[in-house]
Every structure is written in structure tokens, then in C-alpha cells.
Design a protein around this ligand. Structure first.
Ligand code: GUN
Length: 296
């Protein structure tokens, strides 16, 4: 039986519509406009595209947006000084530094400089610690988006064997932290696989929910690696070519065509996890505006 296709585009659209109403209410009742600052260092085309989509979504939803598109030669001191200014700027409630940063800048130092109350990406070490003890204000946007998608599709995580492929700070690790928590939408038994895992397929084949976040190789997760009826979430994006009119052709870690015949539900790439990331960023920014203004 073919799988249910989990529609991240439609789910994210519904969430954005609900959030837009909240933005109107905040302005009307409290004269607050949630504000997000995005910082991009260097011209990596994929990062530029992601940041551009974040800025556009802010504008479309009536959020205040400030985008800092900095040259690759920006020093760590300059970046830290911008973050310091934004930490103090009342119009800004959320600060996002797009990663990866150029190699001469220490990512951990920069992420640690963001005031945790404005850390809408959840990458500051304090936010990471709070996630692990179940007390975070803001959960990282992509893993949060996956948790919300699972909930919207009534996919039970409690007691489920969840296998995550990938241990990145922005996806694999926080995903594991979120799903292993005690509570609704979590309570899972989580395994995290990575490049040093022995016999990857022996792990993926026993997953009730498989979350692919490896990002190493297009479509390497094939039907023989999946348990019949599993839920398959693909959080990776690989650019594998271009259409004649110059549009990027993208796919995920999962071989969608074969796996969809064996899974019970699956996210497509594009149109699965991706749109949820931005919706969650908007949600976290609105939440930050409320927390900072003592409304939450
Ligand atoms: N790079 C890839 N994904 C993300 C994300 O969610 N946030 C930031 N800041 N950088 C990223």
C-alpha cells in the first residue's frame, strides 16, 4: 500500500495563517510588532536562499525584519558587536545567525553571544541545556517543525522506536533531545546513527519512525532499509541538478519513489520538512515578542 504523503507545505501554510492572526492581535491589543534580525556572513548560495525566504515570510506575515548580509571577510569582533547591539535593540525580539559561518569565525562563540531570550533558533548553549532538561523557551526550528508535523498527522511517538540518521547540532542532536523528553509529542525510544555507526540498515530496519538528517548523499536510504509501514521523515536537501529554465532540482536522503511503496507515511522533498522550519521560526519570534513583553 502506498504511503500517505505528509504535506509540509499545506501544514506550514495553515500555521502561518494562524500566526498572522496573532501578529494582528499583538499589534492591536499591545502595540507590539514581533521583530526578527537575520545575519548572514558570506555569500553561500544555499544559505542566501534560506535567509531570503525567512525575510520574505516575515514581511508577508507583518513581522518587523532586519537582514544583515555581511561580507565573508567580516571579523568575529564585528559580528559579536552587531549581536551585542541587536541584543539591546527593543524592536528586535529574535536573532538568527545563519550557519555555517566562515571558518575564521568561531560558531560556538557567536551563538553563545545571542541573548537566550532572543535565541529563536535555540542554538545558544543555554538554550541547548534547557532543551535537554525540558525547559526551553525556543526549540530549534527544523526538529520542532518535525515534531509538529508528526502531531498534526496524529503519528504517535510515545513508545515508538525512532531512529535518527545524523548528529548535527541543528538537527540530529536537538531532534533526539526533543523526542526523548517526557511528555506529549515525545516519550520515544531514540537511537541516533551517524557516520561511525556500524551496519546502519540494521538500525533503520527496526525504526517505527525514521528521521533522515544525514545530508551526505542523495537518495541513499532505499526501500530495503525500511520496515514495512514505517513513518519516514526526510529533513535533508540535496541540489542534484537544474531544469532547462534554471530551477534547482532537489531531493532528500530518502529514495522517495521506492520508499513510499513500503512506508505508511512519508515527507516529500521539497514540500515536507522545509516549509515547517520557517513557520516554526515565525512562531518562535512571536513567542519571543510575548516573553520579552511579559505576555507569556
Ligand atoms: N542553517 C541550516 N539550517 C539552519 C537553521 O535552522 N538556522 C540557522 N541559523 N542556520 C541554519
Amino acid at each position: 500500500m502506498a504511503a500517505i504523503i505528509i504535506d509540509g507545505t499545506a501544514t506550514a501554510k495553515n500555521i502561518r495563517e494562524e500566526l498572522s492572526e496573532e501578529v494582528v492581535r499583538l499589534k492591536k491589543q499591545h502595540d507590539i510588532i514581533p521583530g526578527l534580525a537575520t545575519i548572514l556572513v558570506g555569500g553561500d548560495p544555499a544559505s542566501q536562499l534560506y535567509v531570503c525566504m525567512k525575510v520574505k515570510t516575515c514581511k508577508a506575515m507583518g513581522l518587523h525584519s532586519e537582514n544583515y548580509d555581511l561580507p565573508a571577510k567580516t571579523t568575529e569582533e564585528e559580528l559579536l558587536s552587531l549581536i551585542d547591539r541587536l541584543n539591546k535593540e527593543p524592536k528586535i525580539h529574535g536573532i538568527l545567525v545563519q550557519v555555517p559561518l566562515p571558518p575564521h569565525i568561531h560558531e560556538n562563540t557567536v551563538l553563545a553571544a545571542i541573548n537566550p531570550i532572543k535565541d529563536v533558533d535555540g542554538f545558544n548553549p543555554e538554550s541547548v541545556g534547557n532543551l535537554m532538561i525540558g525547559k526551553a523557551n525556543y526549540l530549534p526550528c527544523t526538529p520542532l517543525g518535525i515534531q509538529v508535523l508528526l502531531q498534526k498527522y496524529s503519528i504517535e511517538t510515545e513508545g515508538a522506536d525512532v531512529v535518527i540518521i545524523g548528529r548535527s547540532n541543528i538537527l540530529g542532536k536537538p531532534m533526539a533531545g526533543i523526542l526523548m523528553q517526557k511528555g506529549k509529542g515525545a516519550n520515544a525510544t531514540v537511537t541516533v546513527c551517524h557516520t561511525k555507526t556500524r551496519d546502519l540498515a540494521s538500525h533503520t530496519r527496526r525504526a517505527d519512525i525514521l528521521i533522515a538528517a544525514a545530508g551526505s548523499q542523495p537518495r541513499f536510504i532505499t526501500a530495503d532499509m525500511i520496515k514495512e509501514g514505517a513513518i519516514v521523515i526526510d529533513a535533508s536537501t540535496h541540489r542534484i541538478g537544474e531544469t532547462p529554465d534554471g530551477k534547482a532540482i532537489i531531493c532528500g536522503d530518502v529514495d522517495f519513489e521506492s520508499v513510499k511503496e513500503k512506508a505508511s507515511a512519508i515527507t516529500p522533498v521539497p514540500g515536507g520538512v522545509g516549509p515547517m522550519t520557517i513557520a516554526m521560526l515565525m512562531s518562535n519570534t512571536i513567542k519571543a515578542a510575548k516573553i520579552i513583553n511579559l505576555l507569556a
